[in-house]
Design a protein around this ligand. Structure first.
Ligand SMILES: *Cc1c(COP(=O)(O)O)cnc(C)c1O
Length: 420
């Protein structure tokens, strides 16, 4: 059975045939690809094809697919017991490792997804400050919890909806939304409502409207403005964390958030999330404090084993400079080829992250991203897929070069792009 046949079969029993909407290919059209296996930079599909993967499961696979050491760690942990719902030595060691690599995180709690991590961070900020309102930025995605599904990025953009049915207006009424990179707008919200704001949450490098870097002074300004009104600053680093170095982006750029959320990479491909930060804030979590949070599978030993081995390999091998060089080679190549063709394209890139925006001018916020040529992105996506390259099936996503990619993969990608 090929992808088409599996998709038809799945649609009978899974809504839309998918367990996460962006996988339905609504942003690019056509039939979603069914993956069979993966190793390093490559995946095998149910169609019998081999693809070089630049999606990397949307971010966790910074070491590539099925890295031997990670798989061994998972197999060993699984053999020792899949879950206990009780404490293990490994989760304490994992928390120690995360806190040592991210000094801003004085304490950390593990959960099972990025969504859950952010949900907990918001509840904690509200519980700590005794305030209710939140500020977020247009195009930043923070998972699918009710109050953050307002002006979200990622799959919600591809679907052409900026929010979701089934979300109580009461939940989103407590959320202010400012354009990304618009410090003045955020400052004004904080000036007018400062006493009511529990937290400002932001992706320090935005990765859910395509790759959008913070303009100079944006994050610093948020830090100052939140401190002035007593609101917490939350960096959602579910994509950024351990992406550009063996730590958070907040730590690398020197802007200290009160709370940081992690996910994706820190699970090495297994479901995990984490929230950490200031000790006095984290101590408000149950059982120490009044802010309730729990999870049957939180700190799951198999997920912790995968995450631990991944972080150790990142720390010890530091593939970051290599990924930056490969990322630059790819982005510069795309920009050069597009210029030669007279095609409107600007490839944003940082480390292994890249997004080819089909528009000439740089993209600094969601309005810029939405002004891109979406049909041309879809044509690019399918052309590259036909040539054996899997990129995110949406114009509003970050693609990833992993530590398992080689120069030859990048050059082959560029050669294929030249034939678009
Ligand atoms: C992916 C992502 C989330 C949600 O994580 P899940 O594990 O998919 O629930 C939250 N915030 C950001 C910035 C993300 O990229």
């Amino acid at each position: 059975m090929d992808s088409k046949a599996w998709f038809e079969r799945a649609k009978q029993v899974i809504p839309g045939g998918v367990n996460s909407p962006v996988r339905a290919f609504n942003g690019v059209g056509g039939t979603p690809v069914y993956f069979k296996s993966g190793k390093g930079a490559k995946v095998q599909t149910e169609d019998g094809t081999e693809l070089v993967d630049f999606c990397g499961s949307w971010g966790p696979l910074i070491l590539g697919h099925a890295r031997d050491e990670v798989v061994e760690a998972v197999a060993k942990a699984a053999a020792d017991g899949l879950t206990f719902g009780a404490n293990t030595a490994k989760e304490a060691e994992f928390a120690e490792l995360v806190c040592s690599l991210v000094p801003e995180m004085e304490m950390v709690r593990l959960v099972s997804s990025g969504t859950e991590a952010v949900m907990t961070a918001i509840r904690l900020a509200r519980g700590y400050t005794g305030r209710r309102k939140i500020v977020k930025f247009d195009g930043c995605y923070h998972g699918h919890s009710d109050y953050l599904l307002v002006a979200s990025g990622s799959g919600l953009l591809t679907g052409g909806i900026s929010s979701s049915a089934g979300v109580s207006p009461a939940a989103t009424a407590e959320v202010f939304v400012a354009p990304y990179n618009d410090l003045a707008a955020a400052q004004e919200i904080l000036r007018n409502n400062g006493g009511e704001i529990a937290a400002v949450i932001v992706e320090p490098i935005a990765g859910n409207m395509g790759l959008v870097e913070p303009l100079p002074g944006f994050l610093e300004g948020l830090r100052t403005a939140t401190a002035e009104c007593g609101a917490l600053l939350i960096f959602d680093e579910v994509i950024n964390g351990f992406r550009l170095g063996p730590t958070t982006y907040g730590h690398m750029c020197g802007v200290k958030a009160d709370l940081t959320t992690l996910g994706k990479i820190i699970g090495g491909g297994m479901p995990i999330g984490a929230i950490g930060g200031r000790r006095d804030v984290m101590q408000k979590l149950a059982p120490l404090g009044p802010v309730y949070q729990a999870g049957t599978l939180s700190g799951n030993p198999v997920a912790v084993a995968a995450g631990m081995k991944t972080l150790e390999l990142l720390r010890d091998e530091s593939p970051y400079l290599r990924m930056e060089i490969l990322g630059q080679r790819l982005a510069k190549g795309l920009n050069r080829i597009a210029a030669e063709k007279g095609m409107d394209l600007h490839c944003a890139q940082r480390g292994g992250m890249f997004t080819p925006f089909f528009r000439k001018a740089p993209v600094n916020n969601l309005a810029d991203a939405k002004a891109c040529d979406i049909p041309t992105h879809a044509r690019y996506f399918h052309h590259m897929l036909d040539c054996g390259f899997y990129t995110p099936p949406s114009a509003f996503e970050v693609a990833f070069v992993s530590a398992a990619h080689a120069e030859a993969h990048i050059d082959a990608f560029l050669e294929a792009f030249g034939k678009l």
